[in-house]
Design a protein around this ligand. Structure first.
Ligand SMILES: Cc1ncc(COP(=O)(O)O)c(C=O)c1O
Length: 444
């Protein structure tokens, strides 16, 4: 008996029928499942050497150095710099571009709070840009929003897949804008053979627990530009370069900044190095499962799928589906959850995008209310930012984001799904899809 005939005739679980499955799906923590002896070996090497600091120590092991050079050779970048989070990497990159008061950074309304935070903390103003069917920044809306204040574009490869990175890069070149590519959610991704992170002036990644690989906390940035790299080195540390012996070197006038203290420790470096060597295997597993599900559900009436131009470059951790109405979306998600397509208690395995919190611009309280870390309201009150006094970040600014936050849903695709789990997910989609077709007809 195949997975779908097993269940298709069943009454929906939400209406009292038998669910497709009863055990929760695995957690949405891709790298965590792959932590094993290799992470232990490299981390222990640092501990045994009693040298957790990257620049010097009793017997420094050079783990962060190795991570950076292997990252460059694996993914094809010139310079890489390990840092202590993706959020820090975003801030460092924008500061290296020289972004500040009087500038706008164009940013999609579907992103993560860290993107807005990085822009605001440099003193610049976020300019919202809508997404398209790729769930990443819409190149056409970007062109509409570029204005005299535009200094940089922060493009985000959302939910594991790339968007129209090549077109965005072309627009940035045409308008002389800096491009920062946020690949926190798409480590190992690519578009037409070109790695995530190589489309902009700087690319950043995060190694936080939910990402394709993890060191618990951590991040990395890449660039082809030596001067930008040196600025980032100074900014991520204490504002200055270091000597070959690892001591601060304030002598070079070009690299005298205020550093933000975001160095990567050797412990994180060791763990990230072990995980980086596995990330292709991790993403291959998720991609294969996700595309099997996509293929099997693509013809279900009433369900549309996120547009992904290059399936081979998708990293696979998230399946996004789109429904005709907000109500249909809610009902569908509730119904497949009832069929057992859900994760352990506290997970975000199967949710409507309404539940996706600060991934949507209007769900970020500090943005909507223009909050400040400083008493006098910087950067919103800065005279150079007076041009943005009337900017609003309340819901209603971006039609596609606003609609997708209501009509789209996501299913996280764990890195350890078994064939039986995949079959169950497909069976649940088909079972609910069948009933859904009847429901949609009745709603017509
Ligand atoms: C798109 C995006 N950018 C930046 C970050 C920030 O990374 P971190 O949590 O390492 O600061 C994250 C993840 O949290 C993210 O999803």
């Amino acid at each position: 008996m195949t997975a779908d005939t097993r269940h298709l005739s069943n009454r929906l679980a939400i209406d009292g029928g038998t669910p497709v499955r009863s055990t929760p799906l695995p957690w949405e923590l891709p790298g965590a499942y792959y932590i094993d002896e290799e992470e232990k070996r490299l981390v222990n090497q640092v501990i045994d050497a009693r040298s957790p600091f990257r620049f010097y120590g009793l017997n420094a092991q050079g783990m962060v150095d190795r991570l950076e050079s292997e990252w460059c050779s694996t993914f094809g970048h010139k310079h890489a710099l390990g840092v202590n989070s993706g959020s820090a990497a975003l801030h460092i990159a924008l500061a290296a571009f020289g972004v500040g008061p009087g500038d706008e950074v164009l940013v999609p309304g579907y992103m993560w709070v860290s993107c807005m935070s990085a822009i605001v903390r440099t003193g610049a103003i976020p300019r919202l840009v809508d997404i398209d069917g790729s769930f990443c920044m819409d190149p056409a809306d970007l062109e509409r929003k570029i204005g005299p204040r535009s200094k940089a574009v922060l493009f985000v490869n959302m939910s594991g897949a790339m968007g129209r990175n090549d077109r965005i890069a072309e627009i940035c070149r045409k308008h002389n804008l800096r491009l920062l590519e946020d690949c926190a959610q798409a480590i190992g991704g690519s578009l037409k053979g070109r790695s995530a992170g190589s489309f902009g002036d700087i690319g950043i990644y995060s190694f936080q627990l939910n990402k394709n690989m993890t060191s618990g906390e951590g991040g990395l940035l890449v660039t082809e530009d030596e001067d930008l790299y040196k600025r980032c080195v100074a900014l991520h540390d204490l504002g200055y370069a270091r000597t070959a012996e690892g001591r601060l070197d304030p002598s070079d006038e070009r690299y005298q900044y205020w550093g933000i203290g975001s160095r990567m420790s050797e412990l994180s470096g060791a763990m990230a190095l072990a995980q980086m060597r596995k990330v292709r295997a991790i993403t291959a597993k998720m991609r294969e499962a996700k595309w099997k599900i996509r293929e099997a559900i693509k013809d279900i009436p009433g369900i549309a799928l996120r547009e992904i131009d290059d399936p081979a470059g998708d990293t696979g951790p998230v399946l996004i589906t789109v429904y005709p109405t907000a109500e249909a979306c809610q009902r569908f998600v509730e119904a497949i959850r009832a069929e057992g397509v859900r994760g352990p208690e506290g997970s975000l395995t199967c949710i409507t995008m309404r539940e996706w919190g600060m991934h949507w611009y209007f769900n970020i309280p500090s943005l909507v209310k223009k909050r400040s870390n400083a008493k006098e309201g910087f950067p919103w009150t800065h005279p150079a930012n007076a041009f943005a006094t009337d900017y609003s970040y309340a819901k209603g600014q971006l039609p596609v984001c606003d609609a997708m936050s209501e009509r789209a849903a996501l299913l996280t695709v764990a890195s350890v799904l078994k064939d039986a789990d995949i079959d169950d997910i497909i069976a649940a989609f088909r079972k609910v899809g069948n009933a859904f077709a009847t429901y949609m007809k009745a709603a017509d």
